[in-house]
Design a protein around this ligand. Structure first.
Ligand code: UGA
Length: 448
């Protein structure tokens, strides 16, 4: 194997994790972003995301001179064999995927390279983006009258989950490689050799299939969650228990036990955005994707149903009531609050006049979403530094994220610390019996 040089574009979850992991596999990685503040921060060892193992891997790679951050990657283009595009692809107003950052990187590459390169698209992008990237790069080459170099476009979608991103990258359940020729496939096998040597498998396919596979995976996972969320409401009405239903159906090998937990709706940066983009893609090709639309709708409903349980409980209104929200990260082990149910409840309850006190083990006031909320609501919103402060003189707890810190709450203490004993458990972490032992009224999801 020859010594491989990689340039990674993007310092979000995918870009940073790929940079850290490839560098620790012994490759030479240059990681870049068009945001100078992000690059400056990374050069000063400040990592913008909280992800287990990431700081250690980045630190190690930088120390061993396997990784550097720069705002000017062009000077490294000629030595580089692989260009990995891992920039953001947010939703546009119509729900479609904004690929402008991907295309900007393609142009930047095309403007400068003078020899054959592999261009890997890791960002989640709609079907056909690979071809568009190839066209952009080739058009730039033509402008410089370069016709004789080969460009290998690869779709290599990333399936990592926030909170376990490093493990997902280094112990992948699958490595999807979309290519249009055998030579590109062999180059990708070389890139992933350290993982293939450990027995991990590449699944080769066409670029278009690889692009769609990523959306299909997220759609399937979120569809399962929405299905269980709809079932949970039926359970409540019909006197059944969603946890029992989950065990019953999850033990069927054909169904499998994962991603069947009902709750207060899925959040995060991926499922909401990717489902909208997939729905848009269906419209573009005139293919009705009714299940995707229903999944999106069911997710919204699930949050509203739980919100109404809280509002309905306070018949006299929420004015002056202090409500404690436990967990505002969209799931445990991350400080990401994008599309977070906790933030949704905070916002909606504030609109009803409540005072919100919020505690999350990782999310701080520095986080953008929180900063905004604080500015808008002034003294009716606070972010607490402990569960104790968060629940002091509070009328209700709303548990929104299943952090380990919330799994053994001291109910005896809470019952004395709060002025009203109400527990809304959006993640079914406790039982009615347990909460009632301490005098709490307990409301959860899909259980009698
Ligand atoms: C998701 C996918 O799981 C990854 O495979 C994919 O690579 C990633 O999106 C992406 O596209 O980049 P992530 O958004 O990090 O990963 O988080 P998940 O662990 O999938 O959780 C998403 C949401 O579903 C969370 O709000 C979680 O609380 C919720 N969820 C998950 C449930 O409500 N029930 C479940 O049973 C599982």
């Amino acid at each position: 194997m020859y010594f491989q040089n990689i340039i990674v574009f993007g310092t979000g979850y995918v870009g940073l994790v790929a940079s850290a992991c490839f560098a620790n596999m012994g490759k030479s990685v240059v990681c870049t972003d068009n945001c100078i503040e992000k690059i400056n921060a990374l050069e000063n060892h400040q990592i913008p995301i909280d992800e287990p193992q990431l700081p250690e891997l980045l630190e190690n790679a930088v120390k061993n001179q396997q990784l550097l951050f720069t705002i000017n990657p062009e000077e490294y283009f000629e030595q580089a064999d692989f260009f990995i595009i891992a920039v953001g692809t947010p939703s546009l107003a119509d729900g479609s995927c904004d690929t402008s950052s991907v295309f900007a990187v393609a142009k930047q590459i095309g403007e400068k390279i003078v020899s054959s390169k592999v261009i890997i698209i890791k960002s989640t992008v709609p079907v056909g983006t690979g071809e568009q990237v190839e066209n952009i790069v080739k058009a730039e080459l033509q402008k410089r009258a370069i016709y004789d170099i080969e460009i290998f476009i690869v779709s290599n979608p990333e399936f990592l989950k926030e909170g376990s991103a490093i493990d997902d990258f280094l112990k992948p359940e699958r490595i999807i490689i979309g290519v249009q020729c055998q030579e590109a496939y062999l180059k990708m096998k070389d890139l992933y050799k350290p993982l293939l040597d450990q027995g991990y498998q590449i699944i080769p396919m066409s670029i278009r299939s690889a692009e769609l596979a990523k959306y299909a995976a997220n759609a399937m996972l979120s569809m399962r969650i929405s299905f269980m969320n709809e079932m949970s409401y039926l359970c409540e009405k019909a006197g059944a228990n969603i946890e029992e239903i989950r065990l019953a159906i999850g033990s069927d090998m054909r169904i499998g036990k994962y991603f069947l937990k009902a709750g207060i709706g899925y959040g995060g940066s991926c499922f909401p955005k990717d489902n909208k983009a997939l729905e848009f893609l269906g419209k573009k090709y005139d293919v009705p994707l009714s299940l995707i639309s229903a999944t999106i709708e069911a997710n919204k409903n699930q949050q509203k149903i739980f919100l109404n349980k809280i509002i309905d409980f306070f018949e006299g209104g929420l004015n002056e009531k202090k409500i404690s929200i436990l967990g505002v990260a969209f799931k445990p082990n991350t400080n990401d609050t994008r599309h977070s149910p906790g933030l949704y409840f905070a916002n909606e309850l504030l609109k009803k006049g409540a005072h919100i006190s919020l505690f999350d083990p990782l999310v701080t006031t520095k986080e953008n979403n929180i900063c905004l909320l604080k500015q808008e609501t002034q003294n009716r919103f606070e972010i607490s530094n402990s569960i104790e402060n968060c629940t002091q003189n509070s009328s209700a707890i709303v548990l929104c994220t299943e952090w380990e810190e919330f799994q053994n709450l001291d109910f005896d203490f809470l019952s004395k610390n709060m002025c009203q004993k109400l527990f809304f458990d959006g993640r079914n972490q406790y039982t009615k019996k347990h909460a009632e032992k301490y005098g709490f009224t307990y409301i959860s999801v899909g259980r009698p």
